[in-house]
Design a protein. Structure first.
Length: 232
C-alpha cells in the first residue's frame, strides 16, 4: 500500500458510458461516475479496499484520531477500507489484533483485523464485539453505516439516523474514557437529542465533510472527542 493517492486528477481521461440493452440510465450514470472518480482510481493504485479509505485518512489528517496501540471498533465495516487504514495507523497485527469490524456483508480477511459476520442491529452484536476485544474498552468507535436506500429521501434519512443513534449508544456504553466516536449522518441527522447527548458525554463535537465525500451526497460525519465516561 503506497502513500495517499488523494488528488490524482488524471485530467483528460473522462470516460462516457453508453446505455446498453440491459443497463438502465441510473446504472449507466453510476458506472460513469465510478470510472471517472479520482478516489476510485487512487484506491486501486494505493491498494485500498474502497474510496472510503480516503475519508478516514482525511479526517485523521485533521483530527488525529488514529494512534499507535489503540483498540478500535468499526461498525458496518464492508468492504474493509476503514479497517485497513486503522490497522496500518495503529500497528495492529495478527498476533495482537486491535481492530474489530462487524458487518452482515462478508469482508475479505485483513491483516491485524478481527472481522465478525453479523448484523450490528442483532441483539447479541454488542456482546460479540466486546468478546472480540477480549474485554478491553475501545479507544475509538467508528461507523460508516448507512441504510440501503429506498429512493424516498425522508425514509432513507430516518433509517440512517437510527443507525447513527444505535452506534452512539454502543459507543457511550463501551468506550474507554478519553475515547472518540466517529459516525456518518445525513444532513440534519445528528440534531436535537442526539447532539445534546454528544455534547454532554464528550469534550468536543465536530461536523465534518471530508473532501472524499462526494459533494452531491447528503452525508456528513460527526466526530465526538474526549469521552467523559459512561458514569457521568
Amino acid at each position: 500500500m503506497s502513500g495517499s493517492g488523494r488528488g490524482r486528477g488524471d485530467r483528460g481521461m473522462f470516460e462516457r458510458v453508453k446505455t446498453a440493452k440491459r443497463r438502465t440510465n441510473s446504472s449507466a450514470r453510476w458506472l460513469q461516475r465510478q470510472l471517472n472518480d479520482p478516489y476510485v482510481r487512487a484506491a486501486k493504485i494505493d491498494g485500498y479496499r474502497s474510496r472510503a479509505a480516503y475519508k478516514i485518512l482525511e479526517i485523521d489528517d485533521r483530527h488525529h484520531i488514529l494512534k499507535t496501540g489503540q483498540r478500535i471498533v468499526d461498525l458496518g465495516a464492508a468492504p474493509g477500507g476503514w479497517c485497513q487504514v486503522a490497522a496500518a495507523k495503529t500497528g495492529s497485527t495478527d498476533q495482537d489484533p486491535r481492530i474489530v469490524g462487524i458487518d452482515y456483508l462478508e469482508v475479505e480477511p485483513l491483516p491485524g483485523v478481527t472481522l465478525l459476520l453479523k448484523d450490528f442491529l442483532d441483539d447479541d452484536a454488542p456482546e460479540a464485539l466486546r468478546a472480540a476485544l477480549g474485554g478491553h474498552a475501545p479507544n475509538l468507535v467508528m461507523s460508516d453505516m448507512a441504510a440501503p436506500t429506498t429512493g424516498h429521501r425522508q425514509t432513507d434519512h430516518l433509517r440512517t439516523t437510527h443507525l447513527f443513534e444505535v452506534a452512539e449508544e454502543f459507543a457511550r456504553e463501551n468506550l474507554a474514557p478519553g475515547g472518540a466516536f466517529l459516525s456518518k449522518v445525513f444532513r440534519g441527522g445528528a440534531e436535537n437529542e442526539a447532539l445534546v447527548r454528544l455534547k454532554r458525554d464528550y469534550q468536543s463535537v465536530h461536523h465534518i465533510k471530508p473532501p472524499a465525500s462526494r459533494k452531491e451526497s447528503p452525508e456528513l460525519y460527526v466526530l465526538a472527542k474526549g469521552f467523559r465516561g459512561s458514569g457521568d
